[in-house]
Design a protein around this ligand. Structure first.
Ligand code: OAD
Length: 253
């Protein structure tokens, strides 16, 4: 594992330049510089301040639907007020520049899309989409429904509408996971950005790629289990390092 020296950055740029099929997995760290909270930061992470059992499970929703609804709508407001940062923009630019670039995110925000990424696999769902918790019917909501203190009722079956995010104990969207899995098996470089690498199956993807021979580049100010496995760990913020990588890539191509 090499870390954040000029030579590690240049080695990362050279791997990117040679690669033909790249997969990138992002986590909440990529949106941290946009002011969106991460999960496991001990001071201000969401799971340090709120109980995931009460807010991100079927049991929690059944016990207190209003609390869960208002919590997600509050998070959605924060996401809508946030702006993409240079890390998001650099990833969008990489998608345009590199031959095959699959962006897989654990993030439920839309900051990748808003910075120009066109094909994003949202493994953990999307906070600005809604469906019925009972029959699965998709819903577009009016702002008055979003502001309500309780979840809206489904127009098809009367069940409670919920945000289309994956809760603990729920399966990931199969089709997206299959795509991410296949891309990881076939890629020749795996870029990990801003994730603690503690949540599976997302954290399995870079390891799967590595088993198939692809090196891992990890960008994270902290050392995670994935940084330890990575060929290159760039220790720093994605909003600073991704644009530098892009710049080096431009120079070397
Ligand atoms: P975590 O909070 O577990 O990890 C965020 C990571 O981002 C940490 O390793 C930080 O060091 C890193 N980080 C912070 N600021 C950064 C920056 N500016 N640049 C780069 N990295 C930075 O969040 P996730 O790994 O996204 O799942 O968590 C994975 C899943 O756990 C989430 O999708 C969510 C949560 O439970 C669901 O809700 C299903």
């Amino acid at each position: 594992m090499s870390t954040n020296t000029a030579s590690a950055l240049s080695a990362a740029a050279s791997l990117l330049r040679q690669a033909r099929r790249i997969v990138c997995l992002t986590g909440s760290g990529v949106s941290a510089e946009s002011g969106v909270a991460t999960f496991r930061n001990v001071e201000n992470g969401l799971w340090a301040r709120f109980d995931p059992q009460r807010l991100a499970t079927q049991e929690g929703f059944a016990a207190n639907p209003g609390l869960v609804w208002q919590w997600y709508m509050h998070r959605l407001d924060a996401v809508e007020q946030a702006q993409p940062n240079p890390g998001h923009s650099a990833l969008a630019e990489l998608e345009h520049r590199l031959p095959v670039f699959t962006l897989v995110t654990q993030n439920v925000d839309d900051l990748h899309e808003r910075s120009g990424s066109r094909h994003v696999l949202h493994l953990h769902g999307r906070i600005n989409r809604f469906h019925c918790n009972v029959c699965g019917f998709d819903h577009d909501l009016r702002s008055s429904e979003r502001r309500a203190t309780a979840p809206p009722r489904c127009i098809a079956c009367g069940g409670a509408v919920r945000p289309s995010v994956v809760w603990f104990g729920e399966p990931l969207p199969h089709r997206l996971l299959d795509k991410a899995w296949q891309a990881s098996e076939r890629c020749d470089l795996f870029l990990v950005v801003g994730t603690s690498g503690l949540v599976y199956p997302a954290a399995q993807l870079p390891l799967l790629a590595q088993q198939h021979g692809a090196p891992i580049i990890d960008i994270n100010p902290e050392v995670t289990p994935l940084s330890e496995q990575a060929e290159i760990h760039l220790a720093g913020r994605s909003g600073a390092l991704l644009p530098r990588l892009l710049e080096l890539l431009g120079k070397e191509t």
